[in-house]
Design a protein around this ligand. Structure first.
Ligand SMILES: [Zn+2]
Length: 173
């Protein structure tokens, strides 16, 4: 007895779309992942499990030292993946970085502050993004919490909320 789906999977073991990003068609790619502030630790662990040396990559932004990506491999043969870049694991065990075709859209605190002043109306989602949101406005500039997560404070909620959980509301003047 044959199982058509199983036969198909076994005959095409390299075609595992959920392990790739950006419609990846790199045949030397085992798996590729787009690095974001939200998955930094998960990706770090993914590399650590292959005994790949990693170190958080920091840069000075507006005088503030913040994590902007991950250094992969020992110097001098290392590569740097910035947030928004995609890390590619090749069949020969090497890792390379490619720019992301579809940027994550995540803003750094400096980018947010340049675009959205204090008092910007936002829809805030303190828990799961897209669920139980409420309309409010920012009462602080954005800053980088713990060196990796850009957050801001809003009216009617205590504690910073990740910028990825704040949707600015466009106001037509
Ligand atoms: Zn890939």
């Amino acid at each position: 007895m044959t199982n058509p789906l199983l036969d198909h999977l076994l005959s095409a073991p390299l075609f595992i779309p959920e392990l790739h990003t950006d419609d990846c068609d790199d045949t030397s790619c085992v798996r590729c992942r787009t690095l974001t502030p939200a998955n930094l630790y998960e990706v770090d662990t993914w590399l650590d499990n292959r005994n790949v040396f990693t170190k958080q990559f920091t840069e000075s932004v507006d005088g503030e030292l913040i994590v902007t990506g991950l250094r992969i491999g020992e110097r001098p043969n290392h590569v740097v993946a910035k947030f928004g870049n995609t890390i590619v694991r090749h069949y020969d065990g090497r890792h390379t970085v490619r720019p992301t075709d579809h940027p994550t859209g995540e803003l750094s605190s400096a980018q947010w502050n340049a675009r959205y002043p204090i008092g910007t109306p936002v829809k805030a989602y303190p828990g799961v993004y897209g669920e139980d949101g409420f309309t409010t406005w920012t009462t602080s500039r954005a800053w980088t919490l713990g060196g990796h997560t850009p957050v801001a404070i809003v009216e009617n909620y205590s504690g910073g909320i990740a910028l990825t959980h704040l949707d600015p509301i466009e106001v037509s003047s």
